[in-house]
Design a protein around this ligand. Structure first.
Ligand SMILES: Nc1ncnc2c1ncn2[C@@H]1O[C@H](COP(=O)(O)OP(=O)(O)OP(=O)(O)O)[C@@H](O)[C@H]1O
Ligand SMILES: [Mg+2]
Length: 305
């Protein structure tokens, strides 16, 4: 049935079912300590507008900051009391970096990641994403920035259970208004890239945990965001499967130059990262760079030829 906006007619029943389903869902991530509700349409919306890819990655001569946080604070009012979770975070991340965020449970890692992803807004301080100050933006502009530039991968992938892997990966583009054919091509290519060529028609319940996480990674990438934020993306996977997913993340950074911010409790993963920030009690306790990593260095950029 054709809707006034033409969406149903254009994308078929898949999109109509998706809209109905997504509109009804609020997901509460089960990360320990986290009480932040994540609305799935926000998460999917996070990748629903295209990141306008530069004609080539060889554009700038200087590394560009994709995140600039200055004295970022975040408090929650809980049962009438103010809970200060982020107590003044200063951090700069440049395009092309891989940054690990570690720290004890309750240190504020997820809260900070949600602020970076514009799913939540700092109480005070300055936070620039891709050069734009987000603390003063209204909801529509935040959504547009999120849509344009950011992809999310969570520990519990938040795939839509009634859609197969291909449809899940296509979904951000379908919601945005891209054609089915266009999204099918991109989704197929990405699913092949993450090693799931033979599982495209499987629904999440018919995939292993590692396979589901690979679908989530493909979905986060499908509109080519500048920045991927991952919260314990392999927290519930065995170590061999985790290693495969980590390799995928690193490969994506290397091939596409995507900036990665990965919250992890995995000490092996953290040790392999070129830069690791430790949060403690809502502040940056340590910011350690490791020389010699093949991955995640700020992009060396030269003039376009
Ligand atoms: N919406 C909220 N309302 C009140 N308190 C909250 C809310 N979200 C988080 N908190 C509190 O903020 C603190 C930091 O939570 P956060 O989820 O950021 O921790 P974390 O470092 O990600 O921990 P973990 O490693 O266990 O996931 C916790 O003490 C948590 O209880
Ligand atoms: Mg957390």
């Amino acid at each position: 049935m054709e809707q006034k906006d033409g969406k149903t007619g254009r994308f078929g029943e898949c999109s109509a079912r998706a809209s109905r389903f997504i509109a009804s869902r609020t997901i509460y991530p089960t990360f320990p300590s986290s009480r932040l509700p994540v609305n799935i349409s926000d998460v999917l919306g996070a990748v629903t507008l295209p990141f306008v890819r530069k004609s080539s990655y060889q554009v700038h001569t200087l590394a560009t900051a994709i995140v600039s946080a200055s004295d970022v604070k975040k408090s929650f009012i809980h049962m009438g009391r103010t809970l200060e979770v982020l107590r003044g975070i200063d951090l700069e991340i440049v395009e092309g970096e891989i940054l690990g965020v570690v720290g004890q449970s309750g240190a504020g890692k997820s809260t900070f990641l949600h602020c970076l992803g514009t799913l939540d807004v700092p109480t005070s301080g300055s936070l620039k994403i891709a050069g734009e100050e987000i603390t003063t933006m209204n909801g529509a502009r935040l959504a547009e920035l999120r849509n344009r530039s950011i992809g999310f991968v969570f520990q519990f992938h938040h795939l839509l259970p009634e859609f197969n892997a291909l449809e899940n990966v296509m979904m951000p583009g379908l919601i945005q208004g891209k054609t089915r054919g266009q999204m099918e091509r991109s989704a197929h290519a990405l699913l092949e890239e993450v090693g799931l060529k033979d599982r495209v028609m499987h629904r999440p319940g018919e995939l292993s945990g590692g396979e589901q996480q690979r679908v989530a990674l493909a979905r986060a990438l499908v509109l080519d965001p500048k920045l991927i934020l991952a919260d314990e993306p392999t927290g519930n996977l065995d170590s061999a499967t985790s290693d495969q997913i980590h390799e995928l993340f690193f490969g994506i950074n290397k091939q596409r130059g995507t900036t990665l911010v990965i919250v992890t409790h995995n000490t092996g993963l953290a040790a392999s990262m070129p830069r690791v920030v430790t949060l403690k009690d809502g502040r940056v306790e340590k910011d350690v760079r490791r020389e010699g990593s093949n991955y995640g260095s700020p992009r060396e950029k030269s003039e376009n030829s």
